[in-house]
Design a binder for this molecule. Structure first.
Ligand SMILES: [Ca+2]
Ligand SMILES: [Ca+2]
Ligand SMILES: [Ca+2]
Length: 279
């Protein structure tokens, strides 16, 4: 009977040690967004970022956008997207890089704490409205496109270039029309929306923008004569922005990891003492 007791004790110690070895470090990161477009080109709304275990898929090209994507693509509002993310991935970490729209050369930053880059927060998703537009946005269709697990060992930094030719999406939710586009004034164009969710419903699907879209926008005399659209055309540039994700503190084990490790050692000690008594 005593042998069986030992087996149970050793098994319990193994489980405890196994759990401590499998526990992941909590890591703090800094996210920096830089608008790398040339002067006079497009801006971006405050960037939303989410870190998840692969379970959050922002959108699918060829399918209707979620309400979260619609609101950020049309109004630069990341609120509904945040609600959707929180409901989809209970262990996710998210945030929005606060500030006014980032125009060429502008930099925005956000620090997030306690991420598990080996598990619950291994994959990175992002979204931001592109202005000038009705419903253009940047974001990743593939939930697993950006794997951050390499950041844990010794820190490090991952840089992701976003937007640019073939990497800007039309949410398919609002008809492209300068009469209802956001941030017209920043580009010297008349008209534009004056409140949230204005404009005509597009009833379309998320689709990639492959050609300069602005020529097709011309309408209603809102554009000054001789207006030069060429600086705006993100299809003529490699990227709109660069996202840098870097570890800001050395990874440290969580308190419960120590607790499990000590618990495992205590059990091993108990087994050793019992063996010595049995001799
Ligand atoms: Ca997708
Ligand atoms: Ca549209
Ligand atoms: Ca809408």
């Amino acid at each position: 009977m005593q042998n069986h007791s030992w087996i149970r004790t050793i098994a319990a110690a193994s489980v405890a040690l196994g759990l401590s070895a499998g526990a992941h470090a909590a890591t703090d990161i800094k996210v920096t967004f830089t608008n790398v477009s040339p002067a006079g080109s497009v801006g971006t709304s405050p960037l939303w970022v989410g870190f998840h275990n692969s379970s959050f898929d922002l959108f699918d090209a060829g399918s209707a956008a979620s309400l979260g994507v619609e609101r950020i693509a049309e109004d630069g509002n990341s609120g509904p997207l945040g609600t959707l993310f929180a409901a989809t991935t209970l262990t996710g970490v998210q945030g929005t890089l606060a500030g006014p729209p980032a125009f060429p050369g502008d930099v925005r930053m956000l620090t997030l704490t306690g991420l598990d880059l080996q598990g619950d927060n291994r994959y990175f998703s992002y979204a931001s409205m592109v202005v000038l537009s009705n419903d253009f946005f940047i974001g990743n269709d593939d939930a697993m496109a950006h794997d951050l697990s390499s950041l844990v060992a010794g820190g490090g930094k991952i840089s992701i270039f976003v937007g640019g030719n073939g990497n800007v999406w039309d949410a398919g939710t609002e008809v492209n029309d300068f009469a209802n586009s956001l941030a017209n004034g920043a580009f010297g164009i008349g008209g534009g929306q004056t409140g949230a969710n204005q404009g005509d419903d597009e009833h379309g699907f998320v689709h990639r923008i492959d050609a300069d879209p602005y020529a097709a926008f011309l309408n209603q005399g809102l554009v000054p004569a001789g207006y030069d659209f060429s600086p705006l055309a993100f299809t003529g540039q490699a990227a709109i922005g660069r996202i840098d994700i870097e570890v800001v503190t050395a990874p440290v084990p969580e308190p419960q990891t120590y607790a499990m490790l000590l618990g495992g050692l205590a059990l091993i000690g108990a087994v050793t003492r019992r063996r010595m008594r049995a001799r």
